[in-house]
Design a protein around this ligand. Structure first.
Ligand code: SF4
Length: 358
């Protein structure tokens, strides 16, 4: 089985915290979709295994019209697809758009909600408000798209614990089945990073950030969610199958500008330059860079990705001594698998670094 990732690098406006590759040049969408359709036709079966999951991500895929989505959908090999996800911005969607996606066979939405607090949404430069997010979830559910994942961000400047708790409660009340949560990162070069450097905003302290994360884990588990990866929580049966392929060595093909692929130990990626991508596909000169993972790369990746999941890593797969980490309560062993504890998750990057080979 394999996964297909389709990158839509367009956003109507750049959010202030974002350092992903995306562009606001929406006038290039037509040419981009034409190139994408060509690349999908040529490469979607490259993994040599049936496509099980499709994920259209961005950027903001919902900046594409339904007609453009239909053009893409038309060339997809969907015979054996079990999970077909599209990322949407709550400010973009209408009932007709969501019904249209459903009619195309989409069966999962990933919604970039980030917060249900209007002041925080404005602070980070999102273009939707809380009510639009709530309405978007209801519209999707009414359109038959009830397998919805939302993204939430914590540790936002000025965010209080009460606001964070309220966000989680709103998500639960809405009947959301999958939640991805990220602590805010101040990425150099972003507008929010500059605000921080110029002391116009203040970062949340580490203890509060950790307390927000711990509350999240506790509350969602209490509500029946499985904490299946450090940042991901799902009701039973709703874990993202597509993201699972990144963590369990399933091959995936990535199409579109900046998209990465991983097939038989080779990682390759398209240029993250819109014009170079479109031109390269149009005239057949696209250069996809690639690297073959060494045994050490593969080991390090296995440790890094495995320890982020609730399955952990088989004890025998880990080189060296982990007694100190077990004694310190940062790792635990269950059924011969090494799993990070709640305390360990806070220090996970350091633990992983310690266990990686040079
Ligand atoms: S919508 Fe997403 S990809 Fe676009 S700027 Fe905002 S965070 Fe970045």
């Amino acid at each position: 089985m394999s996964g297909l990732y389709i990158h839509i690098p367009f956003c109507k406006k750049r959010c202030l915290y974002c350092d992903f590759f995306s562009t606001t040049r929406l006038e290039r969408q037509d040419a981009y979709v034409s190139a994408l359709v060509q690349e999908i036709k040529a490469r979607q079966d490259e993994a040599g295994e049936p496509i099980r999951t499709i994920y259209i991500g961005g950027g903001t895929p919902s900046t594409l019209s339904l007609e453009a989505m239909t053009r893409i959908n038309h060339v997809l090999n969907r015979d054996q697809v079990a999970e077909y996800t599209v990322e949407v911005n709550p400010g973009d969607v209408t009932k007709e758009y969501l019904q249209g996606l459903r009619a195309l066979g989409v069966n999962r939405l990933s919604m970039g909600v980030q917060s249900f607090q209007d002041d925080l949404l404005t602070l980070i430069g999102r273009r939707h408000n809380a009510q639009q997010a709530i309405d978007a979830v209801h519209m999707a559910q009414e359109a038959g798209l009830d397998n919805i994942s939302i993204d939430l961000i914590y540790a936002l400047p000025t965010q209080t614990m009460d606001q964070w708790k309220a966000d989680i409660e709103t998500a639960l009340t809405l009947g959301i089945r999958h939640i991805s949560c990220y602590g805010l990162m101040y990425e150099p070069g972003t507008a929010l990073y500059n605000e921080l450097m110029n002391e116009r905003i203040k970062a949340i302290d580490e203890d509060t950030e950790n307390a927000m994360y711990d509350y999240l884990c506790e509350r969602l588990q209490q509500a029946g969610f499985v904490h299946y990866e450090v940042s991901n929580f799902a009701l039973p049966g709703y874990a993202s199958q597509h993201n699972g392929s990144y963590w369990n060595n399933t091959p995936y093909v990535g199409v579109g500008a900046g998209a990465h692929s991983y097939i038989r130990n080779v990682r390759s990626w398209n240029p993250d330059d819109l014009d170079a991508y479109i031109r390269g596909i149009e005239d057949g000169t696209l250069i996809r860079e690639q690297e073959t993972l060494t045994e050490t790369d593969r080991y390090n990746e296995h440790i890094m990705l495995g320890l982020r999941t609730c399955q952990g890593v088989a004890r025998e797969d880990i080189d060296g001594d982990i007694d100190d980490l077990l004694e310190a309560g940062l790792l635990q062993i269950k059924n011969n698998r090494v799993i990070a504890t709640q305390q360990g998750i806070h220090l996970l990057n350091r633990i992983i670094e310690d266990l990686m080979r040079d």
